[in-house]
Design a binder for this molecule. Structure first.
Ligand code: 6PG
Length: 261
């Protein structure tokens, strides 16, 4: 069963999401001694990060480990960088120790090399957090107007059965690292490479928080939550397999086309 929380407006989405992040981190610290959080790009997440920075004392950031779900193929100081955005909005303002900040290296000339490097970063980062597996405590995600999540776009090879297995052949437009948890994808509609976690890496998170606001997302929210499953066409349908580990926090405008909200 999907958990859907509809709130009044984007301010309320941000406030509700901040409350969920704080409580997830508290629980993770109590149960496991560290909190492993995966950040996303996007405009509503940016507002969430600014809110978390303003209330920095609500979280023990010294024991938080930060990763990213996807990245553009640009250096960290580029205006399009997801790391750069999160750094300006949050990371620069909270005491997360530098060795616990794990960004994707979008500046590497070869996006496939950046994906492989992030496989190693995941291994080392989770070990540093005292974890034997690579299960995120919290995965933050936004929703694209085409119902994409992270950089997994409609029609992506990452959405076909068996995704996550290594070894795509020469010429394929997505290339996964050796463990299949990170991929470089050629997004033809953007004429750009992206680096992204793959479905297996996203879906085994202990909690997944979808943050969506604005009328322009209303159709995407409707297809994501109410259309019969077609994962290849609507990547957000992936999240159905994570069932009640997923919560959607959506404002009234974005929920406006749902039949049962
Ligand atoms: C990115 C993302 C992407 C984003 C959605 C929603 O880097 O583009 O990680 O998946 O979360 O496109 O973005 P907005 O909140 O800006 O609409």
């Amino acid at each position: 069963m999907v958990r859907l929380t509809v709130v009044r407006n984007e301010d309320a989405v941000v406030a509700t999401a901040a409350e969920r992040v704080t409580s997830n981190v508290d629980t993770s610290l109590a149960d496991r001694g560290s909190a492993v959080v995966c950040l996303t790009g996007g405009s509503t997440p940016q507002r969430l990060y600014e809110g978390l920075a303003e209330e920095a004392r609500a979280i023990d950031w010294t024991r938080v480990h930060l990763f990213w779900g996807d990245e553009r193929h640009v250096p960290p100081d580029h205006p399009d960088s997801n790391f750069g955005m999160a750094h300006r909005a949050l990371v620069a303002h909270v005491p997360v120790p530098a060795p616990q900040i794990h960004r994707m290296r979008g500046e590497l000339p070869d996006a496939t090399a950046a994906a492989s490097a992030y496989e190693a970063e995941l291994r080392e980062g989770f070990a540093r957090a005292g974890r034997r597996d690579q299960t995120f405590d919290l995965m933050l995600l936004g929703l694209g107007e085409d119902a994409h999540v992270a950089s997994i776009f409609p029609g992506s090879e990452l959405l076909v059965a068996g995704a996550g297995l290594p070894g795509p052949s020469e010429g394929e437009s997505s290339r996964r690292g050796s463990n299949g948890r990170v991929a470089a994808v050629w997004a033809a509609h953007l004429n750009a490479w992206r680096i992204t976690l793959t479905p297996p890496a996203i879906l085994d998170a202990r909690a997944i928080l979808m943050i969506v606001a604005g009328e322009q997302k209303a159709e995407a929210v409707r297809v994501a939550l109410e259309m019969p499953e077609d994962i290849s066409r609507w990547p957000a349908h992936l999240l159905r397999s994570a069932a009640d580990r997923v919560e959607w926090v959506v404002d009234e405008a974005a929920a406006g086309r749902l039949r049962n909200s």
